[in-house]
Design a protein around this ligand. Structure first.
Ligand SMILES: CC(C)(COP(=O)(O)OP(=O)(O)OC[C@H]1O[C@@H](n2cnc3c(N)ncnc32)[C@H](O)[C@@H]1OP(=O)(O)O)[C@@H](O)C(=O)NCCC(=O)NCCS
Length: 197
């Protein structure tokens, strides 16, 4: 929870600021943040990593799993980050936690599977695709006996302090966040009545 407490202008914190920017209340801002966090590209990745570890089932099958994902141009869950090109600095703490927990719980194979996936992903590291915090979080939740559909809520509990302080900071000098968009669609066309289409 300490590792998850705050992480700059991540998608959910930014969503909270956008809602606070309309002068909506703190509850609305946090609700928006929860919705953003649940997405598989954000906090939802942890449950997908756990599903991936279960699907791989054995460390010896990790390389084959990664090759087939890459052959289908699919993302490997728990890798990649919008900001980090090197390893997510939070990941090393989570890795140590998974190693210890899986050993203490008599289930060392989960750690072995994850490390085999990291090995198989090494060729992509030089392209800036490295392990992120969610890669280890799912297994930590799982080994603590937390049900899969509570992974995002537990992450959210950890992130509430960060969202809250960002909303309070936003409110100190609030503005409506309203980016401009650049239209690049077709030029105006004549209107064709329905019966002539
Ligand atoms: C987080 C995420 C959305 C960032 O995406 P992004 O900003 O578009 O990533 P990048 O622009 O750095 O991608 C650069 C390249 O790496 C590839 N890449 C990015 N994440 C990858 C992943 N998880 N597995 C394999 N390849 C990946 C992209 O396909 C892209 O390849 P291309 O240049 O050949 O098209 C993306 O990495 C992802 O979906 N990761 C899996 C979900 C996850 O773990 N989310 C938690 C994030 S903390």
């Amino acid at each position: 929870m300490v590792l998850h407490a705050e992480h700059g202008s991540n998608a959910s914190s930014f969503a909270a600021r956008v809602v606070a920017g309309t002068d909506a209340d703190l509850h609305g801002a946090i609700t928006a943040a929860v919705a953003a966090l649940a997405g598989p590209a954000h906090g939802g990745a942890a449950e997908n990593v756990m599903r991936m570890a279960q699907e791989i089932g054995d460390a010896g099958k990790a390389a084959e799993y990664v090759s087939s994902k890459r052959a289908n141009k699919e993302a490997v869950m728990g890798f990649g980050h919008r900001v980090y090109r090197a390893e997510d600095p939070r990941a090393r703490h989570m890795r140590a936690g998974v190693e210890k927990l899986s050993r203490e719980m008599g289930q060392p194979h989960w750690y072995k599977i994850l490390e085999a996936v990291v090995d198989a992903m090494k060729p992509y590291a030089r392209h800036g695709v490295n392990v992120n915090v969610d890669f280890y979080a799912g297994v930590v939740y799982f080994l603590n006996g937390i049900a899969e559909d509570l992974f995002v809520p537990i992450f959210a509990v950890g992130r509430v302090p960060g969202w809250t302080v960002q909303v309070l900071e936003q409110l100190e000098n609030n503005i409506l966040l309203r980016p401009l968009t650049l239209y690049n669609g077709p030029e105006p066309r004549p209107y064709v009545p329905m019966e002539n289409r």
